[in-house]
Design a protein around this ligand. Structure first.
Ligand code: FMN
Length: 244
């Protein structure tokens, strides 16, 4: 049984900047996750994918509701096959990666006390998961990087964390923030390309968050395998049918 207990943690970074502090922060977090045990990681940068805005067509929702009527509202996750969005772009690849992962680390910089539009657009395009519960049982946490200390890290982390919860993930950490300037005072650090590594507090909290994600993912995977082996099927609670 032990051989089966390995997990995949997917890191998703949403910023217009490639190889910046935010990406580096996530890369370090994924290294920490790998050090926890049998953990494989992958980092995807949203800049490498074409992601259009959600158009609010409700196509994903309607398909979920149609299927729920067929199979019953107590079937969780809803057995949607494949990609469930009317927009054909690279989100199909990202949905697939999310479905295959056991844990997700979301990273974005603070932009005007919030996440940048790239990350928000990505999250909006995950609406199917709010209704189909296909991400249930996967763990997650958020990471952010800011210029100044106390200049929007909390709001950004909260928005990302609530978004992760909304799309059905099990958030296992408050997340972590770090600053990309000296002591978070807005003074540029010229000695290193990745000033974020000099934020000892931020790096420490990130290590804790990444460890928590990796450990919990492994424990949940082991639990699922043990339940399967024991032939125990957990009952899902019913879900109120939505009107047409
Ligand atoms: C449009 C914009 C808005 C920003 N807003 C904030 C902010 O509200 N608070 C803050 O501390 N830093 C802010 N920053 C700074 C970034 O969070 C910071 O430079 C961070 O390191 C960027 O991550 P990156 O290095 O991965 O690009 C902003 C940067 C940009 C470009």
């Amino acid at each position: 049984m032990q051989d089966n207990v390995k997990v995949k943690i997917l890191g998703i970074v949403g910023t217009p900047i490639k190889q910046g502090n935010c990406q580096h922060f996530l890369e370090q977090a994924l290294k920490v996750a790998e050090s926890v045990g049998p953990v494989e990681t992958e980092l995807v940068h949203l800049k490498d994918f074409r992601i259009d805005y959600c158009i609010g067509c409700e196509g994903c929702l309607r398909r979920v509701h149609r299927l729920q009527k067929e199979v019953g509202f107590d079937v969780v996750p809803v057995p949607i096959e494949g990609y469930n969005c009317t927009i054909k772009d690279d989100m199909e690849i990202l949905h697939q990666k999310m479905l295959q992962a056991d844990g997700i680390l979301l990273a974005a910089p603070v932009y005007i006390a919030s996440m940048p539009g790239q990350m928000k657009t990505f999250i909006d395009r995950c609406r199917t998961f709010v209704h189909d519960f296909r991400l249930r049982g996967k763990v997650a946490a958020s990471l952010t990087v800011a210029f100044f200390r106390n200049a929007g890290e909390d709001t950004t982390l909260q928005m990302m964390t609530l978004s992760l919860l909304a799309i059905g993930l099990t958030v296992v950490s408050f997340g972590a923030s770090a600053v990309s300037t000296r002591d978070g005072l807005g003074i540029l650090v010229h000695e290193t390309r990745f000033a974020v590594t000099e934020d000892i507090m931020g790096m420490t909290v990130m290590q804790s968050a990444a460890t928590q994600v990796a450990q919990t993912a492994l424990q949940m995977k082991a639990g699922k395998i043990a339940l399967d082996k024991a032939g125990i099927q957990l009952k899902s609670s019913g879900w109120a049918p939505a009107p047409d």
